[in-house]
Design a protein around this ligand. Structure first.
Ligand code: ZN
Length: 154
């Protein structure tokens, strides 16, 4: 939407836990295409596919990231979740560097699911600096997910 010509704009940081070693990393989201690596183990921090969150990583990721975070609350047994999964994958690839696209397994992360009163899955929620700005329950297409990110300024 906005051209990245404003040199005074601070870098948008994403705060993510390494999927391999569990170390927290601060990453310049705009450099996602440079394939950032974990500062501890050196394995890639994959920003172009959905990031798996759990009860331990959820709060810090959504609160400490400058870029919007879209979370797909799902479960393995949920048919509509499976139907929606490719749309979520596509969103992660297309918004790499501008947003974090994440998935949270509601069976494993029950504390988070309860605190956000997830009553049906899939549920998609967009957070901006820790605050919920959009929510949709049910399997939705890519365009709807993109519209939700639009409510966070994308
Ligand atoms: Zn690591």
């Amino acid at each position: 939407m906005e051209a990245a010509t404003d040199e005074a704009a601070p870098a948008a940081q994403a705060t993510l836990r390494c999927q391999f070693c569990g170390t927290w990393n601060r990453i310049d989201a705009a450099r996602a295409a440079d394939k950032p690596k974990c500062g501890k183990c050196g394995k890639p921090m994959l920003l172009d596919r959905p990031v798996a969150l759990d009860d331990d990583s959820f709060a810090r990721t959504i609160a400490d990231s400058d870029v919007p975070v879209l979370v797909d609350f799902y479960a393995d047994w949920c048919g509509p979740c499976k139907i929606m999964a490719p749309e979520v994958d596509k969103l992660a690839a297309n918004y790499s560097g501008r947003a974090i696209v994440a998935k949270l397994n509601t069976d494993l992360a029950q504390n988070t699911s309860q605190s956000f009163q997830i009553r049906g899955i899939p549920t998609s929620i967009v957070f901006l600096k820790g605050k919920e700005v959009a929510r949709q329950t049910g399997a939705v297409p890519y365009a709807t997910l993109a519209t939700m990110l639009g409510k966070a300024g994308l």
